[in-house]
Design a protein around this ligand. Sequence first.
Ligand code: MEV
Length: 324
Amino acid sequence: MTTTASSPGNLFLCGEHAVVYGYPAIICSVEQRTAVTVTRTDNPSIEVTSVEFGTARAKIEERDIMVTTPNDELAIFLDLVRSLGLPSGFTASITSSIPVQSGMSSSTAVLASFLYALRNEFSLPIEPSSFYDLLLPLQKKVHGGKASGSEIFSSTLGGFHRIERRDDVVESHKLCEHDLDIVIADTRVHAPTSLTVGYHVPSLIDRRRDLVFETFDRIRDITNEAQKALQDGDAQKLGKLINENHHMLQRLGLSHPKLDDCVGEALDAGALGAKLSGSGWGGIMFALVDDEHAEDVKAALERTRATVIATSIGGEGTRVEEHI
Ligand code: MEV
């Protein structure tokens, strides 16, 4: 048998970074997807292949696995397989329309697709609502030790989610599932998430604690107001809140000149709001657009020479693809 599962990438509508410290965030699915095709075999060999990262191979030995072709970029997939204790081998191939290290968490989307495809092939008794527990340790590894795991909810379940960590338990509450049009610009400047999450923000907290937590407090208010605007369908208000969240991230030194360039151009071209999304210091920004200005915003972002994608947010989570 063969299963292809696909999952959306993610954007932070608001609240990234603050969410790592127990503040609320709103995360949503973005209609750029990854797909993983898994074929179960009846021999012990495992082969995971990605167009971008090459191949990793391993062998199942008494329900543990022995890596035969190591691959640093694909090691987390073998870690996930190890935790599942599978009875036989498989081949997996990964394709993605999410730019790597862009801030859309392609790694989470791929892991969610991989787990879903394995679940189908091996009839594993795991519901997507419990993917979080299996994927969080891997996401922490990718993020350099600290990770809220927010992206796991929107990749697996789709739509818009309010995320909040209380006493080390992450609560996710699905707000709604509707499509909003956005234009994404990938700045093509890349910084690993571990640099901002594991190094810059903790060092800023050591030196300027009050500034950081006052800013996080304001981000919490923005997130609460954005939740209301989203549920009221008030795109104008949402746009203003997104702008303010971007300013808060700038204040914490998390933006980048190219991100600010793109945000400025999108607003000048009539976007309702624009902000960086994710860990910052590069990666992507997105602009919330109405029908009237969508083309102008896209053209303005293309003139910055960033890689531009016109897409939507808030759609379906992980699903099985019948015809890939
Ligand atoms: C990174 O995509 C988002 C951060 O909030 C980190 C996290 O939530 O794990 C910066």
